[in-house]
Design a protein around this ligand. Structure first.
Ligand code: FAD
Length: 386
């Protein structure tokens, strides 16, 4: 048991490796992502060069063990990366988040050795992953999904449509949840890995979104799509377990995305408050302004403690279900509040696209929706505490 596991080290105190890692991601985000955030948002497209650099820096393979060519980092490092990147652009933050906390994570935990050898090196090298659970009829009620897989010899034939799939446009590998038996309810849910280019598999509509616009969100269409039985992840009927367990972890990633967004927005607001003068003084000299910024700094600190604690619990092999739901629920509230205040601190300048706070305000809304809405988090929390 190391010092951290004994509880001797404060949660927000980073090891030397973690400090170096965070500094490298922060520098990359400031130098390479920040200058492109606005144009990517306007173009509704992820810059290919940014994606390539994310791979080169190992940020797309934090969750892939070194034995498969990945960076082999801790879950906490994935969380730090998502936080730092999201402070600059939450759309890039969710790309890294889905790759590590959902896709690579699902393969590391559930793939056979043969499947790991086949797919993990690709996820580490240059292949973006996507995670496809939701459908038009099944969002919060995820296991009411209808995409069907029927066994035919050594293959399964997939038919149906997935909705809202993050990274779909860039992805080469898709973890897809289907049912092999709709009458069996959640016990029919089964996971497959489907590769881009598989016959009968195509992308449908790309969504035109309020926020995180550079992150692609698309429909997936399966029409008699042939998937070899060897591409099943885990066992028949055990897909619900894969979905529940990966999403429990992924949720901490969304907490980190919202935490990063909130601290990014706060930094912009504080800088503006010190620079902008009205009534002959900097805005930051007015007590009303100081108190609002102080309150938001306190809420960000609370969100950070919750996100870091959930991530450190996960790395320590302890239970983290309640903490993950709480940190996602709370951090998404804080992100919305802080981004809203940041727009107000900028005044009219916050309402136009010249400053990043307008985009961060739009980006914040998604935190309460994906990977389980706030109500779904509260349902999980209620089950844990009552
Ligand atoms: C930008 C974006 C990216 C996404 N990325 C992915 C992805 O990569 N992969 C994927 O599988 N999915 C993804 N999703 C889907 C996302 O997870 C769902 O949108 C989310 O789970 C909510 O489902 P829904 O949209 O069907 O809303 P609904 O489930 O219809 O919910 C609508 C409202 O009703 C409330 N509600 C529902 N049930 C209850 C209840 N029992 N009690 C009280 N209130 C309730 C909800 O909280 C919500 O406020 C993404 C969505 C978006 C918008």
């Amino acid at each position: 048991m190391d010092e951290r596991q004994r509880g001797a080290i404060p949660l927000t105190q980073l090891s030397e490796d973690e400090q170096m890692f965070r500094a490298a991601v922060r520098r990359f985000a400031a130098e390479q992502i920040s200058p492109l955030a606005r144009s990517m948002d306007e173009a509704q497209a992820m810059d290919a060069g940014v994606v390539r650099q994310l791979f080169e820096l190992g940020l797309m393979s934090i969750a892939v063990p070194e034995a498969y060519g990945g960076a082999g980092g801790s879950f906490f490092e994935a969380i730090l990366a998502v936080e730092e990147i999201s402070a600059v652009d939450p759309a890039v933050g969710v790309l890294v988040d889905v790759q590590n906390t959902l896709c690579a994570n699902a393969l590391v935990r559930w793939a056979t050795e043969e499947q790991k050898q086949r797919w993990l090196p690709r996820l580490a090298a240059d292949t973006v992953g996507a995670y496809a659970l939701s459908e038009a009829v099944s969002g919060s009620d995820a296991f009411a999904l209808q995409t069907r897989a029927v066994r035919q010899g050594d293959d399964y034939i997939l038919n149906g449509q997935k909705l809202w799939i993050t990274n779909a446009k860039e992805a080469g590998l898709f973890v897809v949840f289907v049912t092999v038996d709709p009458s069996a309810g959640y016990k029919g849910i089964t996971a497959f890995v489907v590769e881009k280019g598989a016959a009968g598999f195509s992308l449908g509509r790309k969504e035109d979104k309020l926020g995180i616009r550079a992150s692609s969100t698309c429909e997936l269409v399966f029409r008699d799509c042939v998937v070899p039985a060897g591409q099943m992840l885990g066992e028949v009927g055990k897909g619900y377990k894969i979905a529940i367990e990966t999403l429990n972890e992924g949720r901490i990633g969304i907490g980190a995305q919202m935490l990063g967004l909130a601290s990014g927005a706060w930094d912009h607001a504080a800088r503006w408050a010190k620079e902008r003068k009205q009534f002959g003084k900097a805005l930051a000299e007015f007590q009303a302004m100081q108190f609002q910024l102080a309150e938001m700094a306190t809420e960000i600190e609370a969100a950070r403690l919750m996100v870091y604690n959930a991530a450190r619990l996960k790395d320590a092999g302890a239970d983290f279900l309640k903490e993950a739901a709480m940190c996602k629920f709370f951090a998404s509230q804080v992100a919305e509040k802080v981004a809203s205040l940041a727009v107000e601190v900028f005044g009219g300048a916050g309402f136009v696209k010249d400053h990043p706070v307008e985009k961060l305000y739009r980006d914040a809304k998604i935190g309460k929706i994906y990977e389980g809405t706030s109500f779904m988090q509260l349902a999980t929390i209620a089950k844990s505490v009552l």
